[in-house]
Design a protein around this ligand. Structure first.
Ligand code: ATP
Ligand code: 5RP
Length: 421
């Protein structure tokens, strides 16, 4: 390992510096005059140091964490979220075609698989799964999320799912909203602390199995036996490292088999619960009819067409991992999506900008999986909530003198230094 020493004692007064090379990047804080000594990895010949003045404790980028196991609907949720902001998330043009990053005008979605420290062979040799923390570089994940949140670009590795190898890094610029999605966004307490809002998609085993079979057999050519084996092999680590993160989530979307059909094991009709934490800054839970009451509602009848087994909504306060939560539940599925407006008119605190916006979003994305049930409905509501949270954070920053000054300062980068090894 080589050392890169840059003698720039004066420039680094009261700045925050991001140091990157082709293989790794670091974030350094330099609140006082000091000599900067950076350790570089083998093969890298040059390091780039990008610094910006630190004017206060006002963050630049709003950070959202989305946790779920593989094949549990993270991509679908991201498409709904991006759609709320009026755009589509796409891979960066001209970049690595196997990049996992999706960029739109407002959002950048990075996949935490890119922080696998062991590639597919490495995991096989060591006998660990990708869910095991030993397969992931949480130090780098933290440094990158912190840097982006502070308005500093990073060079993020790429985990190539086609080859199972780690590809050369890609440049990620700080977006308005950064979404970190994957297996472990709430695992490391340092990363968790950086999240402005967090979501966990909690898909019950029966449902997960159905979704995975449908996708991995149809789209990825896997056999039923290999899908079953892979789910079984992942189970212990899923229970040890992924599932416990739901206790930290501000919102959990829980997907279960229906209770409307006794002993149903078809898994086609779903009971979906939106568990919303109380007391989260800039987030106020949606409710049905009367905030804080306990309600059960079967809307089928004159205004909502329902075929067997019908639709049932519930709402009420509960305790979830010791936290006070409000739970909205929908069991069953819509026959005619445009009739959702009837249900929407009985829901409150949806963070819509106009009457019917939830229904409009659902109709716009009617071809996405889950559009006829609570998964699509609650993902859309959370998308609107995130837009609202983002707008509130921006508004609160603009009110403070340092925040306003920072918002005007373009670009954030004030100094660039190159050092040779
Ligand atoms: N709400 C839903 N209702 C029905 N099926 C769904 C729903 N969401 C996702 N699926 C199914 O599950 C599959 C996986 O969804 P998606 O690609 O969004 O998950 P993911 O978490 O991003 O997966 P991965 O991490 O493996 O890329 C989809 O192909 C789809 O068939
Ligand atoms: O759990 C996962 C997250 O998506 C993947 O299994 C993990 O990233 C390893 O990927 P691959 O199976 O392509 O090597």
């Amino acid at each position: 390992m080589a050392a890169c020493t840059v003698h720039t004692t004066t420039q680094f007064l009261n700045t925050q510096c991001h140091i990157s090379s082709s293989s790794k990047s670091h974030l350094g804080h330099f609140p006082q005059k000091q000599q900067l000594v950076i350790f570089r990895r083998r093969r890298s010949s040059q390091c780039v140091i990008t610094c910006r003045a630190v004017g206060g404790d006002h963050d630049q980028t709003v950070v959202i964490g989305l946790a779920a196991d593989s094949g549990c609907g993270k991509s679908t949720f991201m498409r709904r979220l991006t759609s709320v902001f009026g755009g589509t998330a796409e891979p960066s043009k001209g970049g690595n075609p196997d990049s996992n990053t999706l960029i739109s005008d407002t959002t950048t979605v990075i996949c935490l698989d890119d922080y696998h420290s062991l590639d597919r062979n490495g995991r096989k040799e060591k006998g660990v799964t990708a869910l095991d923390p030993r397969s992931n570089d949480f130090d780098l994940m933290y440094e990158h999320v912190k840097a982006l949140k502070d308005g500093v670009s990073v060079e993020k590795p790429i985990y190539n799912h086609a080859t199972g190898l780690l590809d050369p890094p890609e440049l990620i610029k700080p977006p308005k909203i950064l979404v970190i999605e994957g297996l472990h966004p709430m695992f490391d307490p340092r990363v968790r602390e950086l999240l402005d809002f967090s979501i966990y998609l909690d898909i019950s085993n029966e449902v997960k199995f159905g979704w995975k079979i449908q996708r991995d057999m149809a789209e990825r050519g896997h056999s039923l036996g290999s899908i079953k084996a892979s789910i079984e092999a992942r189970k212990p680590d899923f229970e040890a490292y992924i599932d416990p993160q739901k206790q930290y989530a501000d919102a959990v979307i829980e997907v279960l088999p229906t209770q409307l059909i006794p002993d149903d094991n078809d898994g086609k009709i779903l009971r979906v619960r939106l568990i919303q934490k109380e007391g989260v800054k800039h987030f106020s839970p949606s409710y049905l009819f009367d905030e804080g009451s306990t309600i059960s509602w079967i809307p089928c009848g004159r205004k909502l067409t329902c075929s067997y087994p019908g639709i049932k909504f519930s709402y009420g306060p509960e305790t979830y991992y010791g936290h006070e939560v409000s739970v909205l539940e929908m069991d069953g599925q819509f026959d005619k999506l445009d009739e959702l407006i009837y249900v929407e008119s009985h829901l409150s605190n949806l963070s819509t900008k106009f009457y019917g916006e939830v229904t409009q979003q659902m109709l716009k994305n009617a071809d996405f999986p889950g559009s006829n049930n609570g998964t699509g409905l609650f993902q859309t509501i959370i998308g609107l909530k995130i837009r609202n949270l983002f707008e509130q954070i921006i508004a609160s920053r603009a009110k403070t003198p340092v925040g306003a000054a920072q918002a005007e300062r373009e670009p954030a980068i004030v100094h660039i230094e190159k050092g040779r090894l």
